[in-house]
Design a protein. Structure first.
Ligand SMILES: [Zn+2]
Length: 180
């Protein structure tokens, strides 16, 4: 059993705050029995193949083209190794206003924590959908999650699984997928 789960269950499950108690109990049990790795690897055997910031930019643009064509253009997309996942609520989206000539133009940037370089495609899609939805909806409210679901019908389950994986990383340490 992992000692951190006994001494401080709340801290260990900080990525899963807000989920029902029964769900948290189930996750805690899986962590204690070291079953999270098998569960996730069985469901998602392989990592995605998006290796570079350029490839990530294209991946993001393709999703945006399919679902959010009318939203502000995204100028820059990158994997960021300095990004702390929890502090930044899984990723960041910034809008920097710059004066261009006499016009004020919004420059949109999406940064994705570099741990998402070695995850399954489904997890990369979840985080990308999340960040793209912020182009239209700033808060994590009903409209925001409706937009996430529109882009990825399995969004809620995927966000849950990503949060379970983050909890696994914090309590057990080792990454489950190698960047392919
Ligand atoms: Zn967010």
């Amino acid at each position: 059993m992992n000692p951190s789960l006994i001494s401080s269950p709340v801290v260990a499950l900080k990525y899963l705050q807000g989920y029902p108690t029964a769900t948290l109990a189930q996750v805690a049990q899986m962590l204690q029995q070291d079953k999270v790795a098998d569960w996730l690897l069985q469901k998602y055997p392989q990592a995605h193949t998006v290796r570079t910031d350029k490839a990530l930019f294209e991946y993001v643009q393709a999703l945006k083209q399919d679902y959010l064509r009318g939203a502000d253009p995204v100028n820059k997309v990158l994997f960021d190794s300095k990004l702390h996942v929890v502090k930044n609520a899984l990723g960041t989206h910034t809008s920097v206003s710059r004066v261009q000539g006499n016009k004020l133009k919004a420059k949109r940037e999406i940064r994705i924590a570099s741990l998402f370089k070695s995850v399954p495609d489904e997890f990369l899609k979840m985080i990308t959908v999340h960040e793209l939805a912020h182009l239209k909806e700033k808060a994590h409210d009903k409209a925001f999650y409706q937009l996430c679901n529109y882009m990825e019908p399995g969004y809620h389950q995927l966000e849950f699984e990503v949060r379970v994986y983050l909890t696994h990383l914090e309590t057990a340490g080792a990454r489950l997928w190698e960047a392919s």
